[in-house]
Design a protein around this ligand. Structure first.
Ligand SMILES: [Zn+2]
Length: 277
């Protein structure tokens, strides 16, 4: 069933588990995400990063598949950085939007997020914003202590914008880490005490199972995944190639999707979202 993010993240907050948000970009990966969720009886967030596919075309495929799913599925725009991205996602039937203005000033971030929240809420669409900035893993050593979320600002930001969930910068990073992830759990704990809405962690790939489970204990409810799923798909295809000297593209794609799906299922167990629906 097609739902917005508020419905599943508030249940996760109440019961103390995390929900994976997986980047998908075409019919095969959308189906792999939904299949993993159905196998594990887990809610899931199907997230489109706009550089990976056309927003309108993605919605045409994802929305009907999500609606037919046996479990709650959110169709979510990941890192919508332009106003037009939000408009396209609404037109395409997405149930959730991330409005990423984390590189703008606090005031500008509040202003732009609030404008989108107003129209999104009138359509029952949930909104995620980011405060502080989660950077790139390749620059981790130089940037890991830059742009961490400020607790007082986070409280003000949520009040001023009425967002449904907030992505925080507490030491994770997008893509593969150059270095060892160092999470600021004290900061996360403080943020969870002061911010009333569910918290979101970007850059979960490569962060480590123990760190992710601890982050969930301290209030993270949505965990963004791409690189680990991508690499698991690639590894599954390579292993299948080595074993059987594959001769068709068709079966190789199946191996990749199986690897991607199984890794996502693994995270559903780890995050505690499995067997919830
Ligand atoms: Zn992100």
């Amino acid at each position: 069933m097609l739902v917005n993010m508020k419905e599943i993240l508030y249940d996760a907050k109440k019961k103390g588990y995390g929900v994976p948000a997986a980047n998908a970009w075409n019919e095969s990966t959308i189906k792999a995400v939904i299949a993993a969720a159905e196998e594990k009886h887990s809610p899931v967030i199907l997230a489109l990063y706009p550089e990976m596919a056309d927003i309108l075309a993605f919605g045409e495929v994802a929305v009907p598949l999500a609606a037919r799913a046996a479990v709650p599925v959110v169709v979510h725009l990941d890192h919508g950085q332009e106003f037009v991205d939000a408009v396209k996602a609404v037109r395409a039937g997405f149930t959730s939007l991330m409005v990423d203005r984390s590189m703008a000033s606090f005031e500008q971030n509040v202003f732009e997020v609030r404008e989108i929240v107003k129209f999104a809420h009138s359509l029952d669409i949930s909104v995620e914003a980011e405060l502080g900035h989660v950077g790139k893993g390749t620059e981790y050593e130089e940037t890991k202590n830059i742009g961490l979320t400020n607790t007082e600002e986070a409280k003000k930001f949520v009040q001023a914008t009425d967002v449904d969930c907030l992505a925080v910068a507490v030491g994770t990073s997008h893509g593969q880490y150059a270095g060892t992830p160092e999470l600021h759990f004290d900061l996360l704990k403080q943020l969870n005490e002061i911010v009333p809405v569910p918290l979101v962690l970007h850059g979960c790939s490569g962060t480590g199972d123990e760190n992710l489970q601890k982050a969930i204990k301290l209030g993270i409810r949505k965990l963004n995944l791409y690189t680990d799923l991508d690499q698991a798909g690639l590894a599954a295809a390579k292993a299948a190639f080595a074993e059987s000297a594959k001769t068709s593209m068709f079966s190789s794609l199946d191996d990749m999707l199986r690897g991607y799906r199984e890794k996502l299922g693994y995270y559903m167990q780890l995050f505690g979202s499995a067997a919830r629906v």
